[in-house]
Design a protein around this ligand. Structure first.
Ligand code: UDP
Length: 257
């Protein structure tokens, strides 16, 4: 049975030292075990947000797995000499890998969130690569409280093994935390804009740009209206990390803005 790895603590936020293979092994274990588990795909923007959103911070720190989605986290862990993070576990790659597992093992996946029609398109594309993908259902819905009960009633009878929630952070993670007990789904994972990537609506950076760790720059050029989020993910995060090491207070929260 695979064991849960240690965590790196980055500005008070815990991130598990996972590889992609280890993550998949644990997910299979969670499905066998049947208890509900919340997984979060943590990137530098999450860590910045968690500095002033205590609920979000608590949710990440209590998640069964907080996946290191973002090269900035790997660099920060090294710079702060906390537990080393061996590799990135990006949410959209994980969705592909889970579709592959579903194809092989028959796990049922529910696709919640993204704009109307996007999940269907993502499923169509995944089925080209994984024809035996088991889709428990899909629904755009909304993370608004008024819709909560109707969405639960829709998902429960479909009995998925894996629930992917694409409402963006922190809404998707709060949605999962609020509903985890009621849903009793073994694996509930917030996946951000992954359905948009898989549906081909948002283009991911070319491989060479990803290898140079410049995916954020590609995003800034393609989606300039996201500048504030990219500002948080890159310069603000870097500044907070430098400041944290300077103050030697890595495990403490620092609210300096
Ligand atoms: N989204 C949604 N309902 C909402 C807010 C967001 O379905 O109320 C979807 C949005 O369409 C997109 C995803 O949530 O598919 C989040 O995308 P974003 O690019 O913001 O997430 P990131 O990957 O940056 O976390």
């Amino acid at each position: 049975m695979p064991s849960i790895p240690p965590t790196a603590t980055i500005l008070g936020v815990k991130v598990h030292a996972l590889t992609q293979a280890h993550t998949l092994a644990l997910i299979e274990d969670f499905i066998t075990n049947g208890q509900p588990h919340q997984l979060a795909t943590v990137n530098p923007e999450f860590v910045v947000e968690a500095q002033h959103d205590a609920e979000f911070r608590r949710i990440i720190n209590q998640a069964a797995l907080a996946l290191p989605d973002g090269i900035g986290l790997l660099m920060a862990a090294r710079f702060l000499s906390t537990t080393p993070l061996p590799e990135r576990v990006p949410g959209s790659d994980l969705v592909e890998q889970l579709a592959g597992l579903s194809h092989q093992k028959g796990y049922r996946i529910y696709f919640l969130g993204a704009r109307e029609g996007v999940a269907e398109k993502a499923i169509t594309n995944l089925k080209i690569r994984y024809p035996r993908l088991q889709v428990a259902g899909h629904y755009a819905g909304s993370p608004a409280l008024e819709e909560n009960e109707a969405i639960i009633r829709r998902i429960l009878p479909t009995r998925p093994d894996i629930l992917l929630v694409a409402y963006g952070a922190p809404k998707q993670d709060k949605w999962i935390a609020r509903n985890l007990d009621q849903l009793q789904i073994p694996v509930c994972l917030g996946v951000g804009g992954s359905f948009d990537f898989i549906a081909g609506i948002t283009k991911r950076a070319p491989q060479w740009v990803q290898h140079m760790h410049l995916e954020w720059l590609h995003r800034l050029i393609m989606q300039p209206w996201r500048w504030r989020r990219i500002w948080n993910a890159v310069p603000r995060f870097s500044w907070l990390i430098f400041w944290s090491r300077f103050k030697n207070s890595n495990t403490n929260l620092i609210v300096i803005y």
